[in-house]
Design a protein around this ligand. Sequence first.
Ligand SMILES: *Cc1c(COP(=O)(O)O)cnc(C)c1O
Length: 220
Amino acid sequence: MNESIAQNLLGFKSHLPEEVTLVAVSKTKPVSDLMKAYDSGQRIFGENKVQEMTSKWEVMPKDIQWHMIGHLQTNKVKYIASFVGLIHSLDRLKLAKEINRQGERHRKIIDCLVQIKIAKEEEKYGFSIQEAFEFLSDLNRNPLPYVRIRGVMGMATFTADQQQIKDEFALLEDFYLKHQKTFGFEVLSMGMSGDYTLALDHGSNMIRVGSAIFGSRTSH
Ligand SMILES: *Cc1c(COP(=O)(O)O)cnc(C)c1O
């Protein structure tokens, strides 16, 4: 049902505020599906696995901006450093140092978002609010010249409880607004297919949407 990819995408874009960036999350989907979105004008794609992102990058048009949205192993940064557009999942100092190292090798400043744990469920990755503040303060004092922090990213709990999702988004929105000036934030990445309208209500300016564009996935 490839025709619906174009329709889904255009439908989506038509009701998104202009200042909101849509990341089309294409993980697990074949290049032919991504090309349907590309041909409808989409230029930003999100992937959560290094290998998959790299092999898609190799065969797809070079004006695509590739966003890494999944957990990033330190030893894999080298495979994406030369072409990645934005890393949403900066969640530890060791990773920041490796991104800096690879950025220096390629003479390329790499844009990153600090991933913050806002969900109540057992979430594996992301700083707590307090840890994020300390990490960012430390970076302000001791900058990593090839790492540019553009903002923050978070994921709400996967639940039908709308109030809980709102509370979690509100937490990240507060953090973003409170420290926007100090840390130079411009990007608040939150909201997926099931909860992006709530995220937009809480000031998100970057949403990561997969299944609502490409259809459901059989695996993550
Ligand atoms: C898979 C994924 C998304 C998109 O999820 P959908 O529910 O398909 O929109 C967004 N963000 C992250 C971090 C993801 O892993």
